[in-house]
Design a protein around this ligand. Structure first.
Ligand code: ZN
Length: 553
């Protein structure tokens, strides 16, 4: 799944509706209106250092990029049959209007406005089918369920699985495996991956490229998922059908996507050293000792990469800044998962989206204390913090989990916990000398600014909700102050560390107790957009919401 770190929330549609934009969506009728839509994405060149690559590696990389373009073509069709023809028509239109429409289409990988709850932006384009192009358009949920009930167990698993499309033939439903339905694209893509495998020297990358090529041709991804977890090369490539967000009918069918990244060695080492501090942090958590875990398991590996290319589901809409894969339960149970952080994407979001927003949210004198290193290190700390604190708990003698006890309150509480515990952890690690002192000065102001970005995405969604909870808690504790004169928020530095520790303690303790009522009460009290914050969000309405990646290949 995509990692929805609050400060890097990748999906904004809920939040945009919270700001009233979705309900106001009007199909653009003028070039000005098209421009306003395309300006919601700020174009940013994404690059990485390829100087250490030799000729054969560069050729291999080119093959991976070509294979990615094939997946992109395939993905267009997974979403909607009409997309390829519409895009071809727009590409021929060289008028300024046509160019804006093409830009919009490419930003959204289709004719629907992703930032406006997938509203159709073109006249004559239907509402986005809830099952995308994975099922016949005239198929209702009930028909599918009735049909699958008639199938053998093995067939039913395939029909409700990730890698089959459902079509209608002579009035009846039938399934087609992806590798047959999409043979026109997966066959040449697999061939390109095999050719790329020949050109690379790193054994783990060679193994992944060829096992993934086999996977594309058989829809059996187990072996290549395991190979993917073991990648230790300069190139980190993620390639295949993964996420099921486009199937809003059932959430079964996977969309093809590709991320090609170059591993950042220095940062990966830095992270490995932080991961080594997890038991120290757990032992010192601000909660009763009886709730602490004396023997933490192994943390899932985290790779830090700079993205140089993406395609399919990974190209359009709000840019993914981190993800956690694979999704296959069998692989997860036996081999675990891996988190990939897209560092240059996060940097672009920090510089081009967060910093301009901060100019409206915090006083000018605090802007100098915003720092990408603090932003990025806090995102890492957030990820690590998910592994700390209570998970399996005992309530009234009964073995259970925090997730089960907190029910629909869980996601927002857990995201808030990861954020605030992440801040607490940075403070502890600086004090211990495990992180540079400078972070202590920049992390709070940077976090204050980044909270506006998260809340902007909406408080119906767990990350936005968890952020609003933290923000208002800090305000009520006097750690964040509103200025009426400048309509901005600033830190009351002497109070911040204590307020952060207090909230960390409250969240960890209610998790340890499995207290649904405390969670509900806390969210009802704090997870709101209060009038002062709304003033700030209103000022930011015409600002870009996210970045549009520009690749140099
Ligand atoms: Zn999280």
């Amino acid at each position: 799944m995509r990692v929805l770190v609050s400060s890097i929330a990748y999906l904004g549609f809920l939040g945009i509706s919270a700001l009233g934009q979705a309900s106001q969506f009007v199909q653009p009728a003028t070039i000005g209106a098209w421009k306003a839509l395309t300006h919601q994405y700020e174009p940013v060149a994404l690059k990485a250092d390829l100087s250490g690559f030799d000729e054969s590696e560069k050729i291999a990389l080119t093959k991976m990029i070509k294979a990615t373009d094939l997946l992109h073509e395939l993905y267009l069709r997974q979403v909607w049959d009409g997309s390829p023809a519409l895009r071809a028509k727009l590409a021929k239109d060289k008028t300024p209007l046509g160019q804006q429409q093409l830009k919009f289409f490419d930003q959204n990988t289709g004719p629907w406005a992703q930032l406006h709850e997938d509203a159709p932006a073109f006249t004559g384009v239907p509402a986005k089918p809830s099952g995308s192009n994975y099922y016949p358009l005239d198929m209702k949920k009930e028909e599918f369920e009735k049909w699958t009930a008639t199938l053998s167990e093995a067939e039913r698993i395939l029909a409700t699985g990730c890698y089959t499309v459902i079509r209608r033939e002579n009035g009846k439903l039938k399934m087609i495996p992806y590798h047959e339905a999409y043979a026109e694209w997966v066959k040449p893509a697999a061939a390109l991956l095999n050719e790329a495998a020949e050109g690379v020297k790193n054994a783990s990358l060679k193994a992944f490229l060829s096992s993934r090529a086999d996977g594309l041709l058989s829809d059996n991804y187990f072996a290549s998922d395991v190979d993917w977890l073991g990648l230790d090369s300069k190139i980190d490539i993620t390639f295949g059908p993964y996420e099921t967000y486009d199937d809003k009918l059932f959430g079964y069918k996977a969309s093809y996507e590709s991320f090609i990244g170059i591993v950042d060695d220095a940062d990966s080492k830095r992270l490995a050293s932080l991961a080594g501090e997890l038991q120290f942090l757990e032992n010192n958590l601000p909660m009763a000792d009886r709730y602490k875990n004396p023997a933490l398991g192994k943390a899932s590996p985290i790779k830090i990469v700079n993205l140089i290319y993406s395609g399919g589901d990974a190209r359009g809409g709000v840019m993914t800044a981190a993800f956690n894969l694979p999704n296959d339960e069998k692989v997860l149970a036996q081999h675990g998962s891996k988190k990939v952080m897209l560092k240059n994407v996060q940097k672009a979001k920090f510089e081009r989206i967060l910093t301009p927003l901060a100019k409206l949210a915090v006083p000018a004198k605090e802007l100098g204390r915003l720092d990408f290193e603090a932003f990025f290190t806090h995102i890492l700390a957030h990820e690590l913090a998910h592994g700390l604190g209570p998970h399996d708990i005992v309530v009234g003698g009964r073995k259970t989990t925090v997730r089960q006890e907190l029910k629909e309150q869980y996601a927002a509480i857990e995201e808030a916990k990861a954020d605030i515990l992440g801040l607490w952890a940075l403070d502890k690690l600086v004090a211990k000398g495990a992180l540079p002192k400078k972070i202590a000065e920049t992390m709070y102001p940077t976090y204050l600014a980044s909270m506006f970005r998260s809340v902007r995405f909406g408080i119906e969604e767990a990350h936005g909700k968890g952020t609003a909870l933290q923000f208002n808690y800090l305000v009520d504790k006097g750690a964040v102050k509103w200025s009426k004169e400048t309509s901005t928020f600033s830190l009351n530095t002497p109070k911040v560390a204590e307020a952060v520790q207090d909230l960390t303690r409250e969240l960890l303790t209610l998790q340890a107790e499995g207290s649904y009522d405390k969670a509900k009460h806390l969210l009802e009290k704090y997870a709101k957009v209060r009038p002062e914050m709304k003033r700030v969000l209103d000022k930011a309405r015409s600002q870009p919401v996210d970045i549009e990646p520009l690749y140099s290949f």
